[in-house]
Design a protein around this ligand. Structure first.
Ligand code: AMP
Ligand code: FES
Ligand code: ZN
Ligand code: ZN
Length: 313
């Protein structure tokens, strides 16, 4: 199999594009995808200050690498979630990448901010770990970006993530979530920063190939809390369909963006208020982050008033 751009043997095959590329032309393909997505959805401009959310996984590190290479001002943000070895390794990999590129990495620890990491938080809230984890990440991305003068937050969500989220939202007909699901979310409140997902047209396999060719070390293991998660089931189902019918995943998500989302968006008339406690946007009086923080502080006051044993076990 040869590269479609030159006579060299291909190293990456993309069935859904009916193409195969040698390594240099594959990197060019990925860079073009990023440039096209950024331009088409007006994600950011060269003068924007981008805060890139870095998990230590292949997608966010590929994104950071691409943005730095393209000359954008892109600072990383890693949130240490306190999920045992997984979090230790994620932080190390993120730090090593930042050091290798001479790039700035902001590090933030949930344990320091909240008094506990994801495992204990899940027990205190009596909710699955991913629920408290997601709430904290969304809130902190926005808050840190605002406080430090970033104009946009970029995450590494890929096509598999977006198609699986869409499947979950459709299976439960979650209209509000569907209306908000977009690779480029404009700010609709003075305290809300724009959010973008510049790699939304690339699959997991494609960002992994990018990292492999670029020699980027990333955390291969999934978060231990993802085991049994619905999103993994949806990804698996979509992959099985994709094997039989290449391009389905892309059609599913792109079709939603082109044909369904505009109609759902027109229906949306939620007015955002400022949270009475922290000033961040919310639909009620107090935002869900502050309500969660109150519960955590109550728990600490009762169970570890001296802060002696607040750490997760
Ligand atoms: P996930 O929800 O784990 O699939 O991650 C989706 C995106 O969120 C990643 O590509 C990152 O951009 C961002 N992200 C996830 N975990 C973290 C973290 N601990 N710190 C900073 N960003 C993160
Ligand atoms: Fe949040 Fe796994 S990364 S629970
Ligand atoms: Zn080639
Ligand atoms: Zn609040």
């Amino acid at each position: 199999m040869r590269c479609i751009k030159c006579p060299v043997k291909a190293s990456v095959e993309l069935r859904r594009h009916n193409s195969s590329f040698c390594s240099p032309h594959y990197l060019e393909f990925v860079r073009n995808q990023l440039a096209r997505n950024v331009k088409r959805l007006r994600m950011f401009a060269p003068e924007d200050r981008i805060l890139v959310a870095i998990s230590g996984g292949k997608d966010s590190l590929a994104l950071w690498d691409l943005l730095l290479e393209a000359g954008y001002s892109a600072v990383g943000l890693h949130i240490q979630l306190g999920i045992g070895e997984y979090s230790v390794r994620s932080a190390e990999v993120s730090q090593d990448f930042a050091q290798s590129r001479g790039a700035e990495l902001i590090e933030f620890s949930l344990d320091q901010e909240l008094g506990m990491g994801v495992p204990l938080l899940s027990r205190v809230l009596r909710r699955p770990p991913c629920s408290g984890c997601g709430l904290n990440k969304r809130y902190l991305f926005n808050k840190i970006a605002l406080e430090r003068g970033f104009t946009v937050v970029a995450t590494g969500h890929n096509l598999d993530d977006e198609a699986a989220t869409l499947m979950g939202n459709v299976l439960r007909w979650q209209r509000e979530q569907l209306a908000r699901q977009s690779p480029s979310l404009e700010s609709n409140h003075p305290q809300m920063v724009r959010k973008v997902k510049p790699l939304y047209t690339l699959t997991e396999r494609e960002t992994a190939s990018y990292c492999l060719i670029r020699g980027i070390d990333y955390v291969v293991e999934e978060c231990p809390n993802a085991k049994g998660a619905h999103s993994l089931l949806y990804k698996d189902i979509l992959n099985r369909i994709e094997t039989e019918s290449p391009g389905t995943k892309q059609q599913f998500f792109q079709g939603f963006l082109a044909r369904m989302r505009p109609a759902l968006q027109r229906e949306q008339t939620v007015d955002l208020l400022a949270c009475e406690e922290c000033g961040q946007p919310t639909t009620g009086e107090v935002c869900s982050y502050c309500r969660m923080k109150d519960r955590v502080q109550n728990y600490i006051a009762v169970n570890a008033p001296n802060g002696a044993s607040r750490r997760d076990t």
